[in-house]
Design a protein around this ligand. Structure first.
Ligand code: ZN
Ligand code: ZN
Length: 292
């Protein structure tokens, strides 16, 4: 039996809501789902309009909230930019910086200059990421929308039917190990780069069929989570720990199968708890990285 790593702070990263052009979901929905999923933190990342200036969209949502049972929830606000080399998440930046539409490495340079760090989301989807030598600080190895999009295709009617009657089974068929993304991360680490891996919810709560919400925040928030080592639940401290590469990813959806998991260590030093002979993964842990 393999023990799950002890989590101190549990959160979800890469969330869109109404300030993004492709979501109408109110902040109250995000908050209610985060409370119900028992999260300690969440990170909003709205899309940035090309002409945007000033504070980040939803910047006013940042801060500490108290859920009905009295426990705290920290909301952090980053952003998702569009660059010539693909989408780019920017974290711990003071406001909108003019990187929209610029080459990826210029955008990353500007994010660094503003004191922030940059994470490549969905590196092989939505046009993917082009410039792998650019100095990004992290990549998403899991992106929940990419996972849900696996349901699209000729089997979609069958999958929708299955989802209606067997939600767990339908998610299980989609939540498989992200082989390509994990290979890319391993390659970056082996080349000596210090790159952190993230799971992105990319939650929009914007897909519904005849009033049936197919991507409710709560389901997304409960499926795959980011776990961080103990530390104060405070904005700067949490940005610091996310940036440090010390956090890990847990497929909470598979948590009750921890007894079956096999620990696999990779040449870079990173570790996975795998299920179903490597077809699925329960936990993705970072390699021990020296402080930056
Ligand atoms: Zn994106
Ligand atoms: Zn996104």
């Amino acid at each position: 039996m393999r023990l799950l790593a002890l989590a101190a702070l549990v959160g979800v990263i890469h969330i869109h809501h109404a300030p993004s052009h492709d979501s109408c979901a109110p902040f109250e929905d995000v908050l209610a789902a985060a409370y119900a999923a028992e999260l300690d933190f969440l990170v909003l990342t709205e899309h940035i309009r090309p002409d945007a200036k000033g504070p980040l969209p939803a910047a006013e949502r940042a801060g500490l909230y108290t859920r009905p049972d009295g426990s705290p929830l920290l909301v952090l606000v980053g952003a998702e930019f569009g660059t010539q080399d693909g989408h780019l998440l920017a974290f711990d930046i003071p406001g909108v910086i003019p990187v929209e539409g610029r080459p990826g490495r210029e955008a990353i340079g500007a994010i660094h200059a503003a004191g922030g760090f940059a994470v490549v989301p969905h590196p092989f989807a939505y046009g993917g990421w082009q410039d792998w030598d650019a100095p990004f600080d992290g990549i998403e190895v899991h992106n929940h929308v990419v996972v849900l999009r696996r349901a699209l295709g000729p089997l979609l009617p069958f999958r929708l039917l299955r989802r209606a009657f067997d939600r767990e089974g339908s998610l299980r068929s989609l939540l498989v190990r992200p082989d390509r993304e994990l290979d890319a991360w391993e390659k970056l680490l082996m080349s000596g780069r210090r790159v952190a891996a993230f799971s992105g919810a990319d939650a929009h709560q914007n897909v519904s069929l005849l009033g049936w919400q197919l991507d409710p925040y709560l389901e997304v928030f409960r499926s795959v989570q980011t776990l961080c080592p103990d530390g104060p639940l405070e904005e700067e401290a949490l940005w610091q720990v996310l940036r440090s590469g010390a956090c890990w990813i847990r497929y909470r959806f598979y948590e009750d199968r921890a007894d079956e998991a096999t620990e696999v260590r990779f040449p870079s030093g990173r570790v996975e708890l795998q299920l179903d002979r490597g077809r699925r993964v329960l936990e993705i842990r970072p390699p021990p990285l020296a402080p930056p």
